[in-house]
Design a protein around this ligand. Structure first.
Ligand SMILES: Nc1ncnc2c1ncn2[C@@H]1O[C@H](COP(=O)(O)OP(=O)(O)OP(=O)(O)O)[C@@H](O)[C@H]1O
Length: 246
């Protein structure tokens, strides 16, 4: 990997196996699997994708539904392994990819702060020290002892964002989840992400809200059916994208 890049995605191809026939339940699936009756179709969600990110840059990933944006983010976080090509990153990564990831739905918000902290590699003591600040940022003081399963999607996003951004990671990865937050909370998140960027954090950000991509990012990559359609400066890429999707 070149010394220059903090995220280096090199000719990345990601393949999924999709069952090519309808299976109604898990039992039927397992039986067919054992009898070798299950046919799979190969599906390439990303094809020879290149993304070279320098430290401190903020990249917006844009594209229509199902184009491969989340798949690329997951590959950058190491959640999905390349079928071909490679992904190399440097430093700590704070992933905010799926609502509720790192949470146990049956546990309370209080318990989940510690659980999520462990998932992110922080000690209990460290989480205790930062507990009040997390809850204050998430504005969930009155819901500390409520199980997360009773949280709205916006409340889950608040807690997830507050925990993930408590310490400044080298790379912050944010997928669409902020879209479920209310306007006031979204602004607060944009502000915090802006501060992190000023402090040198690198951002990978997926959103259908092109204005927020322009507000936060200096670069953008447009993914179209698993291929890179265009990448470069945010204004140029988003203008072309909007022109083609009017
Ligand atoms: N685990 C999986 N197994 C099979 N196919 C998958 C899997 N995850 C994603 N896909 C497929 O890969 C393609 C890209 O999905 P992805 O979630 O990356 O799209 P996206 O650009 O993030 O879309 P959206 O804007 O709707 O969130 C889609 O066709 C999707 O159905």
């Amino acid at each position: 990997m070149s010394e220059e890049y903090i995220v280096d995605v090199d000719n990345l191809t990601i393949r999924f196996n999709m069952a090519s026939e309808k299976v109604d339940n898990l039992k039927e699936y397992v039986i067919k699997l054992i009898k070798h009756e299950l046919m799979f179709q190969e599906f390439l969600a990303l094809k020879d994708v290149n993304l070279k990110v320098k430290r401190g840059e903020a990249w917006g990933l844009i594209g229509t539904n199902g184009s491969g944006k989340s798949t690329l983010l997951k590959a950058c976080c190491g959640i999905l392994k390349p079928y071909k090509g490679s992904v190399t990153t440097k430093g700590t990564i704070a992933p905010l990819i799926e609502l509720g990831a790192g949470f146990d739905m049956n546990m309370t918000a209080r318990e989940n702060v510690f659980l999520n902290g462990t998932v992110l590699g922080h000690s209990r003591k460290f989480m205790e020290e930062h507990f009040d600040e997390i809850i204050e940022f998430a504005e969930l003081q009155d819901f500390l002892d409520v199980p997360i399963k009773n949280f709205s999607s916006g409340m889950q996003a608040r807690l997830g964002f507050a925990i993930a951004t408590m310490v400044r990671p080298d790379i912050l990865v944010v997928d669409e989840i902020l879209s479920v937050g209310d306007y006031q909370f979204q602004q607060k998140c944009y502000e915090r992400m802006g501060q992190m960027l000023s402090g040198g954090t690198t951002l990978l950000y997926v959103s259908h809200d092109i204005n927020s991509v322009r507000q936060l990012c200096d670069h953008a990559i447009w993914i179209d059916k698993g291929n890179v359609r265009m990448s470069g400066l945010v204004e140029e890429v988003t203008t072309e994208y909007m022109h083609m999707n009017q």
